[in-house]
Ligand binder design. Structure first.
Ligand SMILES: Cc1ncc(COP(=O)(O)O)c(C=O)c1O
Length: 360
């Protein structure tokens, strides 16, 4: 079988070695006579995988002792509710940076739960950039600032994380395990595994003890961070397959040099694609501010939808898949997460040059 170069925004490509290992080990886990997904989540075999996954996350992220790792379900989408439920103190407000499509979803849910306001909006600049720290208007009586570190649809990212003077909560879905986290800035960081860190099904939530300790207690059990922190994310049945597969991804990332290596690789690979765009004399267009361009989701448009359709059709003939932009914005989007091989990026860069030549 030929593995296709899969630029999907998520779920997305995993390293071939990880996929192969999962396949080989699935039927009989450690000679147990059954697969891991058929075992109790309280079995010694699974416990080892579970604990090792938590420990690897702590090590890779160089997490301070007062940060707990929770392995939950419900995606980043559930965190749009759980973060305000746990971190928005009664009588206080929550500030949200509206950087695009995902931030808007976070804001909508936070408003259902409490007094959330927009501290900066990219609406006027058509979400082509992130705010500078002084543009974010944090009002008195604010519990936390919420940001989306990388807008997966718009293709912008925060190059630096500012200190807003209050706890900060981050949706890092499309940058999970592809950049280190400066812990002096954050109290809650969350993201689904299905982009840089494994298959769909497990959501990583990293949360400070101070948030857990000060959260309101009157809410359903599953929604409390304290429930999962106390039970080492085993209060209910965890998504065992996804955690096992993420464990393999964590080993792969470690072997590849850890998060600094992932960050440098993302910068270098996205740099090649932005160079192809910027050197195309306007044949390919990226609308975003150069400093805020995403390192994981590279978006561009062409002169007409017909040309874009031809690009997509022809790219498929060159072993590339899932380059179509999000249905809400159109255009082309190359998602280049950790598991995508370097050859995929090089193939796309070469294809962009030949397509331009043939269609100019
Ligand atoms: C930045 C961002 N936040 C949230 C989500 C939603 O994540 P989930 O599907 O895990 O709920 C996505 C999914 O693409 C995303 O890119």
């Amino acid at each position: 079988m030929t593995r296709v170069f899969n630029f999907s925004p998520g779920p997305c490509t995993l390293p071939t070695s990880v996929v192969n290992e999962l396949g080989a080990e699935l039927p009989d886990f450690n000679d147990a006579g059954m697969s891991l997904v058929e075992m109790s989540h309280r079995s010694p075999e699974y416990s080892e995988v579970h604990d090792d996954t938590v420990n690897r996350l702590k090590e890779l992220y160089e997490m301070p002792d007062d940060v707990s790792v929770l392995l939950l379900q419900g995606g980043a989408s559930l965190q749009y509710a759980m973060a305000p439920l746990n971190a928005l103190a009664p009588g206080k407000r929550a500030a949200y940076i509206n950087s695009g499509a995902w931030a808007k979803k976070a804001i909508a849910d936070a408003k259902v739960i409490g007094d959330a306001y927009v501290a900066w909006s990219g609406e006027d600049v058509n979400f082509t950039r992130m705010p500078s720290p002084d543009e974010v208007a944090v009002e008195d009586n604010t519990s936390y600032v919420h940001l989306v570190s990388n807008e997966t649809i718009g293709g912008i990212r925060m190059a630096e994380f500012a200190d807003y003077g209050v706890p900060t909560v981050a949706d890092m879905s499309s940058e999970l395990l592809s950049r280190p986290i400066p812990w002096d800035r954050f109290d809650i960081v969350y993201g689904g595994a299905q982009k840089n860190a494994g298959p769909a099904g497990v959501t990583v939530v990293m949360v400070r003890q101070s948030v857990i300790d000060s959260a309101p207690t009157e809410m359903p059990n599953y929604l409390k961070y304290a429930t999962h922190a106390k039970a080492n994310s085993l209060s209910n049945t965890p998504p065992v397959f996804s955690i096992w597969a993420m464990n393999k991804m964590l080993r792969w990332i470690d072997d590849a040099g850890g998060l600094t290596a992932m960050e440098e690789r993302a910068a270098q690979r996205s740099g090649k694609l932005y160079a192809a765009i910027d050197d195309s004399d306007g044949f390919y267009i990226n609308p975003n501010d150069v400093a805020d361009r995403s390192h994981t989701n590279i978006v561009f448009t062409m002169a007409s939808p017909e040309l874009e359709a031809a690009f997509l059709a022809e790219s498929a003939n060159h072993n590339m898949a899932n380059l179509k932009g999000h249905r809400s914005v159109g255009g082309i989007r190359a998602s280049i997460y950790n598991g995508l091989p370097d050859e995929a990026v090089d193939t796309l860069v070469d294809f962009m040059a030949s397509f331009q030549k043939a269609n100019s």
